[in-house]
Each structure stands twice: as structure tokens, then as C-alpha cells.
Design a protein. Structure first.
Ligand code: NDP
Ligand code: 2IT
Length: 442
């Protein structure tokens, strides 16, 4: 495994996020490879760390002043053994091939853990939607889809949202796909609007799912969410719906954040105001603090992890919680950390939590609720059905509870009780590896 890791680093230098994601998985697979030498003979690790294919393309568009802009588009179809490639699109200036590969690699194992038939992929662009008009976002999305459409299809590759891609962007993307192909192919994208093929509960699914996962971890420790102090980072889709679900379980959520700083609200986050500022007005968390009154204050540029809490839900972006932040959280008595974002906690911070006996839920398990409900949206599209919110939420709860049990049981079986990182990596790996093995050398 050390040889493979060195080979990956030498072959694709300049991909630190991808190397980090692979490294975190390789570190935990020793026991399963020792028990199953046929996976080594089949070069399973080499096959699972090399994407099926990687697409990069130019995305030209015009801004409102008429100036021509050029961004870069990506789609990495990482592994298709379990189903059509499935995973979100991210629009953020930090998007690079390394970021898309790390997200696609994680997605393969996450999707396997849902128990559904979904392959793994990811895509996006270094386009920054902040401060862009609706018309600019539409022109960009149309140009992006004009290249991407040829690689998509309900049985081929099915994108969804991620950072910077929500209902508005998915609408423009779906419209352009429909115009180019002449097909009303609902199952080609998930996260669609409720009136045109979307699933109730998809908007809420990732945040709700992460809180459900965190609750399962707490229950194992003999605790529940009622009355706990919770810190949430981010203020987008995942963060907002984590706040909503944690509050529904009686927790007190103290914070949200964005790239300019964080808000701490002594009375607990006012969800209606947060949604108004972020979802309706597309504003900043500082606007929330200004409007909320004396209970809330905005800390520009500060670390949200300085706020003492029982449970932390990092829900913004990769590597947002490092060893220094972990020390502070542990000192302040944190008992569980559950990743709403993908890889928000750095490897050394993960180790610190585990050594301190803090329950740590890795993203590929804890935030799988989003893609799981995407899978349910695809089922509804295939059957031309529309389920109720209650039915979707019931299914999400079942999936997250079973996923938690599977990960915990796998960790126990491989001699690492309470280690959700090992449990998630091995359980996801085994399901994908078995499918790859059964389908021959392709
Ligand atoms: P949104 O675009 O809705 O929200 C992103 C939030 O994170 C914003 O508050 C944003 O602040 C903040 N943020 C993003 N990048 C940075 C950065 N570099 N530094 C500081 N803050 C940052 O995205 P989502 O809520 O959908 O995604 C959040 C995380 O959850 C991502 O890691 C994503 O991959 C993951 N995820 C999302 C799923 C989904 O269904 N949407 C499913 C599973 C995981 P600002 O506005 O200032 O940039
Ligand atoms: O990281 C993720 O799991 C997502 N952004 C959601 C993917 C999806 O296809 O719903």
C-alpha cells in the first residue's frame, strides 16, 4: 500500500486533496486485504484508485458587461460497477482536477454504503457564482451543459448539486440538457424542483441525514441530542438543514459560518431568519447577525470551533477543521463530530478525536443521506411517481440507521470497535470490490 501511495503521488503530483482522500482509505484497509488475498491478486487497489475516465473542458461564457470569460469544466466518472456514475457538481473557484478526483473517490464508497445501486463520480467548475446575476449563472450553466450533456444519461451519469450548485443552477442545467437532447429525461439529474421531477426531502436530505447519523453515534454512548450544545459550520444547503434537524431533536445550535467568519447566537440560531438571509436574499452570515439583535454577534475571520459544544457538525468544505481546532474542541468537552461536508476534518485532527474517545463520523458515512435521497429521486423518476415528504423521510431514517449499524458492525468485526472511519472504508470498499471482481477485468 505504501508503494501504491508513493506511485500515485509521483504519477499525479499537484493533487494533494486526492492523495489525502486515498491515503485515509488505504490506511484502514490492511485487515480486509490480509483476510482476502484474492483482492490483492486482482490489483483491486490499483483499479479503484484510477478513475474510469476523466473529462476536462473549456466553458466560455459572456458576463453582463459583454466581456468574454473562460472557465474550466470537469467530470470524473470514477467507478461504475454499482450503477450509473452519481455525484454532485461543485461551482467554486477552488475546484481543480485534484478536488474533483478526491470527491469522486469518496463518492464511490459513500454511494456503496447507501445500499443503493449507484456508481461514483463528481464534477464542477472553477466558476464562482458569488455576486453573479441570475442571467450570468444561466449563461454559464448553459455553456457548461453544452459540453457535459454528451456524457450524461439516466443510465450513464447522473449529476446533482454540491457547493455553489443548488436549485437555481440545476434548473438551468436541466433546461439546457432538455433543449439539446429533445428528451424530458427526468432521471438525468437529481435535486430537481418539486414540480418538475424532484423528490420531496432532497433539499433537506444531507443535513437531516448527518444529524440522524450523529444521533446514532450519541445513542451508542448512552446520550441523545435533547439539550446538547451544537456548533455547525457553513451556512449553505447542508448547514441549514443540519440546524433544522438538530433543533427538531431539541438541541441548541449556537453557530453558522461562511468564508468571511462565523456567527454565534446565544439564544440559538433563528432558522426562519437564517433561511430568509441565505436562501431568499443570498446574503452573508454577517447580515443574519445584524438583523438578529443582541443575542448574536459576527466574528470576522474567526474559527467557529472556538465555541464550546457537545457536538460539532462541520458542513462547509474540505480541511476546515485542523489539529489546532480539534485540541480546542476536545478541551471544551466535545463528545461527537460528524462530517456534513466532504473531508472537512484533517487526518491529524481525526486521529486526535479518536484518541480522545470522541465519536467521529466520516463524511462518506455521515453525509450519505443526500445521495441516498438522490437515489430515491431516481426511483421515483423511473416509476413516474411522486412520494410524500413523510415517505422519503422515513426511508432516509431507515437508510441512515442501517448505514450506521453496518459501519459500526464492520468496525467491530475487523477489530476496531467504535472506529467509524475503518468501518465505513472497509464496508464501502468490500461492496464495490465484490462488484468489480464479479464483473471481470473491465
Ligand atoms: P453550499 O454552496 O450550499 O454552501 C457552502 C457553504 O460552505 C457556504 O456557507 C460557504 O460559504 C461555505 N464554504 C464553501 N467553501 C468554503 C471555503 N473554502 N472556506 C470557507 N467556507 C466555505 O454547499 P453545500 O451545503 O451543498 O455543501 C457543503 C459541503 O457538504 C461540501 O463539502 C459538499 O461537498 C458537502 N455535501 C453536500 C451535499 C449536498 O447534497 N449538497 C451532499 C453531501 C456532502 P461562502 O458562501 O462564503 O463561500
Ligand atoms: O457529496 C455528495 O454526496 C453530494 N454532493 C450529493 C451527490 C448526489 O448525487 O446527490
Amino acid at each position: 500500500m505504501e508503494r501504491l501511495y508513493a506511485h500515485l503521488q509521483a504519477r499525479d503530483p499537484g493533487e494533494p486533496e486526492f492523495h489525502q482522500a486515498v491515503g485515509e482509505v488505504l490506511e484502514t484497509l490492511g485487515p480486509v486485504l490480509a483476510a482476502r488475498p484474492e483482492l490483492i491478486d486482482a490489483a483491486m487497489l490499483e483499479r479503484l484508485t484510477e478513475p474510469d475516465r476523466q473529462l476536462m473542458f473549456r466553458v466560455p461564457w459572456q458576463d453582463d458587461s459583454g466581456r468574454v470569460r473562460v472557465n474550466r469544466g470537469f467530470r470524473v466518472e470514477f467507478n461504475g460497477a454499482l450503477g450509473p456514475y452519481k455525484g454532485g457538481l461543485r461551482f467554486h473557484p477552488s475546484v481543480s482536477l485534484s478536488v474533483v478526483k478526491f470527491l469522486g473517490f469518496e463518492q464511490v464508497f459513500k454511494n456503496a454504503l447507501t445500499g443503493l445501486n449507484l456508481g461514483g463520480g463528481k464534477g464542477g467548475s472553477d466558476f464562482d457564482p458569488h455576486g453573479r446575476s441570475d442571467a450570468e449563472v444561466m449563461r454559464f450553466a448553459q455553456s457548461f451543459m453544452t459540453e457535459l450533456y454528451r456524457h450524461l444519461g439516466e443510465h450513464t451519469d447522473v449529476p446533482a448539486g454540491d457547493i455553489g450548485v443548488g436549485g437555481r443552477e440545476l434548473g438551468y442545467l436541466f433546461g439546457q440538457y432538455r433543449r439539446i437532447t429533445g428528451r424530458w429525461e427526468a432521471g438525468v439529474l437529481t435535486g430537481k424542483g418539486l414540480g418538475w421531477g424532484g423528490s420531496p426531502g432532497r433539499v433537506e436530505a444531507t443535513g437531516y441525514g448527518n444529524v440522524l447519523f450523529a444521533r446514532e453515534m450519541l445513542l451508542r454512548r448512552g446520550e441523545d441530542l435533547e439539550g446538547l450544545q451544537v456548533v455547525v459550520s457553513g451556512s449553505g444547503n447542508v448547514a441549514i438543514h443540519s440546524v433544522e434537524k438538530a433543533q427538531a431533536f431539541g438541541a441548541n445550535v449556537l453557530t453558522v459560518s461562511d468564508s468571511s467568519g462565523y456567527v454565534v447566537d446565544d439564544k440559538g440560531i433563528d432558522l426562519a431568519l437564517l433561511k430568509q438571509v441565505k436562501e431568499v436574499e443570498r446574503g452573508r452570515v454577517s447580515d443574519y447577525a445584524e438583523r438578529r439583535g443582541s443575542s448574536a454577534r459576527f466574528v470576522p475571520g474567526g474559527s467557529v470551533w472556538d465555541v464550546p459544544a457537545d457536538l460539532a457538525l462541520p458542513s462547509a468544505t474540505q480541511n476546515e477543521l485542523d489539529a489546532g481546532a480539534a485540541h480546542v474542541l476536545i478541551r471544551n468537552g466535545v463528545r461527537a463530530v460528524s462530517e456534513g461536508a466532504n473531508m472537512p476534518v484533517t487526518p491529524d485532527a481525526v486521529r486526535l478525536f479518536q484518541e480522545a474517545g470522541v465519536s467521529f463520523g466520516p463524511g462518506k458515512a455521515a453525509n450519505a443521506g443526500g445521495v441516498a435521497v438522490s437515489g430515491l429521486e431516481m426511483r421515483q423518476n423511473a416509476g413516474r411517481e411522486l412520494w410524500t415528504f413523510e415517505r422519503v423521510e422515513q426511508e432516509l431514517t431507515r437508510i441512515m440507521t442501517e448505514l450506521h449499524a453496518n459501519v459500526a458492525e464492520t468496525a467491530d468485526r475487523y477489530g476496531a470497535p467504535g472506529d467509524y472511519v475503518t468501518g465505513a472504508n472497509i464496508a464501502g470498499f468490500e461492496r464495490v470490490a465484490d462488484a468489480v471482481l464479479a464483473q471481470g477485468l473491465v
